[in-house]
Write a protein that binds this ligand. Sequence first.
Ligand code: 13P
Ligand code: SF4
Length: 371
Amino acid sequence: MTTAVAEPTGLAPLPFETYRTLDPAELDARIRAVKQAMGPELLILGHHYQQDEVIQFADLRGDSYKLAQQAAASRECRWIVFCGVHFMAETADVLTGPDVRVILPDMAAGCSMADMADIDAVETAWAELGELIDTADVMPVTYINSAADLKAFCGRHGGIVCTSSNARAVLDWSFRQRSRVLFFPDQHLGRNTARAMGVPLDQMPVWDPKLPMGGNPAEAIERSRVILWRGHCSVHQMFRPEHVAQFRAKYPGIKILVHPECTMKVVDAADLVGSTEFIIRTIEQAPPGSLWAVGTELHLVNRLAQEHPDKTVMFLSPMVCMCATMYRIDRPHLAWALENLARGTPVNVITVPAETARWARVALERMLEVR
Ligand code: 13P
Ligand code: SF4
C-alpha cells in the first residue's frame, strides 16, 4: 500500500526557489521520503549522463534505448520522473499508457542536438527531395535525440527511430525496404554507422537545412544512399583525433573507447565505439590493470573511473565536455518535482499531443521490434 496519493488537488505548486537553499543532506532525506511514501506508484528513470547526486535515486538507469524499453515495459507505476533530457521524457510519455504520466524535473533540460532539426525544416527537406528523387524509396530515420513530432513524421512515412545502440540494425532494416535513407539530426551517428556498413562517403551528402536543396547539387542527391542532416552533439564534437594521438603517445597500450556521436576521425582513431551502455559494459569486462581513455560525457567517465579503481579510466579530452542540459537535473529540482508530485501539485508534466504521440509510437515500436 502507498500512502501518497499523487492526484491533482487544485493547490498552487510549491515554488522552486526555496529548494535551492536547502542543504544536500536535507534534500536527500526529502527525496527518499517521497520515494518511500509513493512506493511502486513512482518510477525514477536515470540516464547514465546524470550527476551522481541524482543517479543515486534512479530505480532504473540506462542508455536511451534501455530507458525507452523500461518506460514501455512499466506496468506498476503511475508516475515516471525522468532524470534525463526532454526528448527522453517525451519518448517515455509516448511509450506508456494513459495511466502513466511523465515528469521532467527541469524543463530547461533539453538537447542542443535535438534542436538542430525541427518539423518545418524536415518537411521542407522532404518536399525538396521529392523534386529530385522518389521519396517513397527514402526511409526517414530519426535518432531518438529528436522531438516527438519528428518521430511522428517518421511514423507517418513508414520510417523508424534509432538509438546509438541499434543504429546499425535500424539501417539494415531500412535498406531491406528502401534504397535510400534520410537520417536526422546527428550526421556523425549516421555517417559512422553507414560507413561501417560499407556505404561510401560520396554517397552520403550532408543536408544543411538553411540552404536550398540542403546545399547540394542535384547529382549528389541522385547518387545518395544516406542523406545526413547537418546536426551534431556539442559535447561529443569536442573530442579530437589529436587527443587520441596524445593518449596513445603518453600511455602505450591504452585503449580508446568512444561514443558514435563523435566525429568520424575520432571514431577511426579509436579502438572501440558504442553507446553509453556499451561503454559501461566494456569497462566492466576489461581486465584489471588495463588503461582506457573514454570519449563521452564527463559525469559518466568520472563515475566509471571511481567504480573501477583496479583499472585506469581517463577522460579523452583536456577540455571539460559535460552535457550542460543533462546537468540541469540536480538535487533541488528532483526534490521539488517529487514533493510537488506527492502533494498532488505535479509540475513539469510532459504531454505529447495525441496525434503526434500516435505516430511517434509507430516509429518507436518499429525500433523496439528491430533486431
Ligand atoms: P545513448 O544513451 O544512447 O548512449 O546516447 C547518449 C546521448 O547523447 C544521450 O543524449
Ligand atoms: Fe544532447 Fe549531446 Fe547532451 Fe546527449 S550529450 S543530451 S546528444 S547535447
